[in-house]
Design a protein around this ligand. Structure first.
Ligand SMILES: Cc1ncc(COP(=O)(O)O)c(C=O)c1O
Length: 460
């Protein structure tokens, strides 16, 4: 029994899915951004008995779009300025549709050479767009967290197995939590994850890094990996990568650069000089599902040591004996065997837009962030804590932390725009991150005006 409908129904259902999506995208700017439904109420709304008999595909799709989506928080909304927005793109979604529909296996060459080659090609485009040297290769992951895990796993593959329980990793308090999590998954726990101090700009300080590595070596530890961040999550700070390259080279330690958010800046020729050190990294994370506008589950891991990545994830089995071992086998570059064609959404987007349009979209985000910053900085009730280094700035209220917390709550309840909060050097701040090709200057101006009204109501 086939679960596929007849051909005419397939077409009609597909057209309906696209119509629903396009109608929804057309309304997106008018929808509220943030919605905080009560958990029990939501469980009731979504809850239903296990369907045992056939149902209408059309009705179910409509049900999802009209009954459930109105309660979703929309990270692709033009006024979603919280965390690191993930706007996706329509063409990227079409790529995801084709990838799901063709369902190519992307784990091995034998199972899916076309998809494997496509993934290699997309990674090569990303390498070229970042002006990295030839030879950086890797894998498309579900996102930055898994790309960072890939960096640690590859770095560890270069350490003798007998030393694995003595390896150390160097991060700062501004490093994304996925790095410490990855270390923990690899059995690198406790004080083997060293927290190196940051300066007032949230950048790792090179001298304590050098000293920590030297001290660890003296005490019989095996310094394995330093994680530098190109665009920290809270403020968009850039660690001093040049100095970190120097330390890592001198000490023979792997330098991983987490550019999940900010490595996209290196696409801009005007930023490249400042980011030249990227070329000397051992591995890099960049998330196309963030600042390259691909839909979710599109993270890039690139390394100059593909051999180490392959050693980290080497796997075998009698049932694999027909697979040509030296071709592109993505199961040798990550923990998954079965995996979909993650590259297609980015492949289609890059082909459709061209890399120059993506560069311009990044520039537009930078300019809109600057506009939001300048408008808010002119408000005497507001104090900027961290000005834009990329497309994020952080601020607080002169009325103090309690007022800033009330404002954050009010922003969430109001739903017109969405911000998030964090801490900079211990101080509670609100963050504003612009990262969306759909955001306009009017969105920024209207959001600042709305925020100003909310400050009126909640400052005192
Ligand atoms: C700097 C940085 N690294 C890693 C990650 C994790 O990426 P993902 O959410 O795609 O796993 C993030 C997420 O925002 C990030 O900002």
């Amino acid at each position: 029994m086939s679960l596929d409908p007849d051909l005419d129904s397939m077409r009609a259902q597909g057209h309906l899915a696209v119509d629903l999506l396009v109608d929804w995208l057309a309304e997106l700017p008018r929808a509220p951004v943030a919605r905080m439904p009560d958990a029990r109420w939501l469980a009731q709304l979504v809850g239903e008995p296990l369907p045992t008999a056939p149902g209408s595909v059309e009705d179910s799709m409509r049900h999802f779009m009209t009954e459930l989506m109105p309660f979703a928080t929309l990270v692709n909304h033009p006024r979603f300025f919280a965390y690191i927005p993930c706007p996706g793109s329509y063409v990227g979604a079409l790529g995801a549709l084709l990838a799901a529909g063709t369902n190519l296996f992307t784990g091995s060459w034998l199972g899916g050479a076309v998809a494997a080659q496509l993934e290699e090609q997309v990674l090569e485009w990303v390498r070229e767009a970042l002006a990295l040297p030839i030879g950086f290769r890797g894998v498309i992951t579900s996102g930055g967290s898994l790309a960072n895990l890939s960096g640690l796993a590859a770095a560890r593959a270069r350490v003798a197995e007998a030393d694995w329980n003595r390896t150390t990793v160097y991060v700062s308090q501004a490093t994304h939590h996925s790095v410490a999590k990855a270390a923990r998954l690899l059995g690198i726990t406790g004080d083997r994850v060293r927290n190196i101090p940051v300066d007032a700009g949230q950048r790792m300080v090179p001298e304590p890094l050098r000293a920590a590595i030297a001290a660890d070596r003296l005490s019989g530890r095996v310094p394995m990996l330093v994680c530098g961040t190109l665009g920290t999550t809270t403020t968009g700070a850039i660690d001093p990568l040049d100095a970190m390259v120097e330390v890592c080279r001198a000490e023979g330690v792997w330098l991983h650069v987490d550019g999940a958010y900010g490595a996209a800046m290196a696409l801009l020729p005007e930023s490249r000089d400042a980011l030249r050190a990227l070329e000397a990294a051992d591995s890099i994370t960049l998330d196309p599902h963030k600042w390259l506008y691909a839909p979710f589950e599109c993270g890039c891991f690139l390394t100059r040591h593909l051999d180490a990545l392959r050693r980290a994830f080497a796997a075998d089995g009698d049932y694999m004996q027909d697979i040509p071992p030296d071709e592109i086998n993505m199961f040798q570059r990550g923990p998954e065997l079965s995996r979909g064609n993650r590259a297609l959404k980015l492949w289609l987007l890059i082909r459709a837009a061209g890399i120059d349009a993506l560069r311009q979209a990044i520039r537009d985000d930078l300019a809109l962030c600057r506009l939001a910053h300048d408008l808010l900085a002119a408000d005497p009730r507001v104090r900027i804590v961290s000005p834009p280094q990329m497309s994020i700035f952080c601020f607080t209220l002169n009325a103090g932390e309690a007022a800033a917390q009330r404002l954050m709550r009010a922003v969430l309840d109001d739903g017109y725009l969405m911000l998030s909060s964090s801490r900079v050097a211990g101080e509670y701040v609100l963050r504003w991150c612009v990262l969306n090709h759909r955001t306009t200057a009017a969105d920024i101006r209207n959001s600042v005006a709305r925020l100003s009204d909310l400050i009126d109501q909640h400052e005192g």
